[in-house]
Design a protein around this ligand. Structure first.
Ligand SMILES: Cc1cc2nc3c(=O)[nH]c(=O)nc-3n(C[C@H](O)[C@H](O)[C@H](O)COP(=O)(O)OP(=O)(O)OC[C@H]3O[C@@H](n4cnc5c(N)ncnc54)[C@H](O)[C@@H]3O)c2cc1C
Ligand code: FES
Length: 298
């Protein structure tokens, strides 16, 4: 196996992102159009936390020239128990993600991260956390579930159980698009699946599935969401109707990932209207009640 040429280079900030070439050690399809890629990058693995993401760039690629953002799926350790790298799970969508499956074990990808802010801690009153995913939006929640349930520590922290029950509510077009459910089933989270066509779990939208699960006291429950924007907008509305706290992780297309190009902006409410925030540096996780959704007019 050839070595990746570029050594990891740090940022001048203590916890700033690291740029490296990371060798692929596992790469396999886990559902329809969905792939898991495990790469070697101990420096990033030691810092990254659930909710943060990395930019992945094809080796020697000129089209696309820029990297693409992918959430931390999980970290992994080598046979000696040393933190060795991270995993990402991606869906074939367009120019970059249709080329990625051709990469073989032993090849290298450009990696830049950790980027963005992690998920916030649950409130002290929260007893049940719902991780609500649609489409490819399950990817940030495996590490989040493991962290909340004390199965694993991230970002240099040791594992610590947050004392909450975790429910993973995962909607997809049909059963063949449900990716990594077997990984979630090892976390101790309760799992509820939903499909548009009824081929697995609840037949219908993920928010309707969620409606059957929540309890009467909004102080004791909290939502986290990730998925396509219409689903997140429906989740934000659901949270508002039920008086629930809800944070969403946005999957806005990005160019630089560094806060320079403003290609990733989203509208956030302010005291006198709204302002743009960059998802790459001020997100990707936002309080759903603070966002201006497409069908909302503040
Ligand atoms: C913080 C963050 C984390 C992400 N994590 C993951 C992840 O873990 N797994 C994963 O598969 N994807 C994730 N995404 C989305 C992923 O970055 C895009 O799917 C990817 O950039 C598409 O690149 P591409 O070159 O294949 O598609 P492009 O050629 O750039 O685009 C192809 C088509 O898809 C549309 N498109 C591109 N990106 C999106 C998007 N995010 N939402 C809706 N339509 C889009 C474009 O408008 C175009 O029509 C994440 C995005 C962000 C911002
Ligand atoms: S991607 Fe360039 S500012 Fe966010």
């Amino acid at each position: 196996m050839g070595a990746c040429t570029q050594p990891a280079t740090g940022s001048s900030l203590a916890n700033g992102p690291i740029q490296t070439q990371a060798r692929i050690v596992d790469h396999r399809q886990i559902a329809t159009r969905i792939w898991l890629m495990r790469v070697e990058c101990p420096e990033i693995a030691g810092r990254i936390q659930p909710g943060q993401f990395v930019m992945v760039r094809m080796p020697r690629a000129t089209d696309p020239l820029l990297g693409r953002p992918f959430a931390l799926y999980d970290t992994w350790s080598d046979a000696a128990g040393q933190l060795a790298g991270i995993e990402v799970v991606y869906m074939e969508m367009g120019r970059a993600t249709r080329q990625l499956p051709s990469l073989q074990v032993g090849e290298c990808v450009g990696l830049w991260g950790p980027l963005g802010h992690p998920f916030p801690e649950p409130r002290p009153s929260t007893k049940r956390v719902f991780l609500v995913a649609g489409g490819i939006g399950q990817t940030p929640f495996l590490a989040h579930a493991r962290e909340l349930l004390g199965q694993k520590g991230y970002g240099g922290e040791s594992a610590q159980n947050r004392g909450v029950e975790v429910h993973f509510v995962y909607g997809a077009r049909n059963h063949s698009f449900h990716a990594g459910v077997e990984h979630f089933s090892t976390t101790g989270a309760k799992i509820d699946l939903a499909t548009d066509d009824g081929s697995a779990g609840f037949h219908g939208r993920v928010t309707d599935c969620l409606a059957k699960l929540i309890g009467p006291d909004p102080e004791m429950e909290e939502l986290f969401g990730c998925g396509p924007e219409p689903m997140l907008e429906a989740l934000a509305k659901f949270a508002q109707t039920h008086g629930l706290t809800c944070h969403v992780s946005l999957e806005t297309p990005m160019a630089c990932g560094l806060g320079i190009c403003f290609s990733c902006v989203t509208k956030v409410k302010t005291s006198d209207g709204w302002d743009y925030k960059r998802v790459c540096v001020e997100g990707p996780v936002f309080d759903a009640s603070q966002l201006v959704w497409p069908h909302e007019h503040p």
